[in-house]
Unconditional design. Structure first.
Length: 242
């Protein structure tokens, strides 16, 4: 097996790109994991992504980041994901590029101890809201996984004050719904807002995982891409945001 049944092989290789191995599982039919290139059912699915700004130093020096073409982070993720999948004899799957979309939220909850937060994003017991998934890789071999029986309590259940809901300057979150247009309109009309400089203020208000809050330039990158994507959705003239 050349060590490919050892979870450490995948974790160490991913770290070279600033990526973290975000858990994995041995798929069954109801997990809806696609077959590998040769039509073989994957025996292991591993998820990869960033924790905090772990990918930023690598991604921000990449060709995709610097070439001024659309969707740099997705293109970077595709390049790295496909390269690692080929190296390991598997297939890469991504949370973008649909419809149809792969069920990443379902996979993430099976791979790690995660629950939906008051903001809708998945809450991690260590990283709080400061993490993301970039791709998953299905493998033909069964990898020995580190499975823990401990299920930490969901942080939102023991949080009485819910500072996240009060952190948004326009109350775009109510605990069950995210008013995307209200958020977008505020950001568009208030270019000097803290949300632009530091990222979503509701997300920052959550005390969980505070050591993993995105770096300023990383947060600003995501906010810029959010504005571009929503201008295409809410404006008749998509040149409104540059």
């Amino acid at each position: 097996m050349n060590g490919l049944d050892n979870i450490g092989v995948y974790s160490q290789r991913a770290e070279e790109f600033g990526l973290a191995l975000r858990g994995g599982f041995h798929p069954v039919d109801e997990d809806s994991v696609p077959p590998l290139v040769a039509g073989q059912s994957p025996r292991t699915l591993l998820l990869f992504g960033n924790v905090g700004s772990s990918i930023w130093s690598v991604f921000s020096e990449s060709t995709e980041f610097k070439d001024a073409e659309p969707d740099p982070l997705n293109r970077w993720s595709e390049r790295i994901g496909h390269a690692l999948a080929e190296e390991w004899g598997g297939a890469a799957f991504f949370p973008f590029g649909g419809p149809p979309y792969q069920p990443f939220l379902k996979w993430a909850k099976k791979a790690e101890c995660l629950e939906s937060s008051m903001l809708g994003m998945l809450m991690h017991p260590t990283y709080g809201l400061w993490h993301a998934y970039r791709f998953a890789i299905g493998l033909p071999q069964e990898v020995i996984l580190d499975i823990t029986a401990d299920q930490p309590s969901h942080a939102c259940n023991s949080c009485d004050e819910k500072p996240c809901l009060g952190g948004c300057p326009v109350n775009a979150f109510d605990g069950s719904r995210y008013d995307v247009e209200r958020c977008y309109r505020y950001l568009k009309s208030t270019p000097g807002a803290a949300c632009h400089r530091h990222g979503c203020q509701a997300r920052i208000a959550c005390p969980e995982g505070s050591g993993y809050v995105y770096q300023t330039d990383h947060a600003a990158f995501h906010m810029e891409k959010f504005l571009l994507s929503q201008s295409e959705r809410f404006e008749t003239d998509s040149s409104v945001i540059k």
